[in-house]
Design a protein around this ligand. Structure first.
Ligand code: PEP
Length: 245
């Protein structure tokens, strides 16, 4: 399986900057770009031409209704998105998204025909207490349990293992630990859902210097990249390394 690089541009780039960087990203590997909501419309036409996948950074769990400020998964699909990040730790921490809410979003994304990129990962104190695996298993159970009927055979689910302490800190998880977590995640997923199309990505302070140390492991199917994906030179160099795997 070729490695997948997903860029999470968070709220770093304006629509103008997003269009500029998107245009510069050559198709060096299978790449997905998750931009801010308001840049998606402009990027959609570029995505169709370039073959780069387009994703949103969040969606709501219902398609229509009285939900001020929320974004419908159905509208994201209509706009040309194929992917949506769900349960990013910044949403869990700053906006108090619970495991249950994240589970509803995963299901809504799948029903709308989007590929969810489900973020899971323990925080620092959970890791220190030896509870990293238990926390990630719990997140997976909430998000994937009972999904069977919602899935079509051809649908994909992407899991991003993102230890919270490694996100945006420069303190990337060492690859050996990440591999162990990926093995555990793959075993757990096999018990929860019968779908074959699953990728597990690593995320947390990935850059062009350390990307190879993750991608060289068969257990790691790609990377979710935040800060480094918003800097043109670093991102291009990261994609060039990723293309070798
Ligand atoms: C992320 O936000 O998903 C992420 C991995 O960020 P960073 O690469 O900046 O740690």
């Amino acid at each position: 399986m070729s490695k997948l690089i997903v860029a999470n541009w968070k709220m770093y780039l304006s629509p103008k900057d997003s269009v500029e960087l998107f245009g510069a990203v050559a198709k060096k590997s299978k790449t997905v770009i998750c931009s801010s909501f308001i840049a998606l419309n402009q990027l959609s036409a570029l995505a169709k031409k370039s073959g780069i996948g387009l994703g949103a950074q969040d969606c709501f769990w219902d398609n229509r209704g009285a939900y001020t400020g929320e974004v419908s998964p159905l509208d994201l699909k209509d706009l040309g998105c194929e992917y949506v990040i769900v349960g990013h730790s910044e949403r869990r921490n700053y906006f108090k998204e619970t495991d249950k809410m994240v589970g509803k979003k995963v299901k809504a994304a799948l029903v709308a025909g989007l590929t969810p990129i489900l973020c899971v990962g323990e925080n620092e104190s959970e890791r220190k207490k030896g509870k990293a695996s238990a926390r990630v298993e719990e997140q997976l159970e909430y998000a994937l349990d009972g999904l069977g009927k919602k899935l079509r055979a051809e649908q994909w689910i992407i899991i991003a293992y993102e230890p919270v302490w490694a996100i945006g800190t420069g303190n990337a998880c060492d690859p050996e630990t990440a591999v162990k977590m990926h093995q555990m995640i793959k075993e757990k997923i096999a018990k929860l859902i019968s779908v074959k199309n699953v990728r597990v990505l690593y995320g947390g302070s990935v850059d062009d210097k350390n990307i190879a140390s993750y991608l060289k492991n068969t257990e790691i199917d790609g990377a979710l990249v935040g800060g480094a994906s918003t800097k043109k030179d670093v991102f291009m160099s990261l994609l060039a390394v990723a293309a070798k795997f």
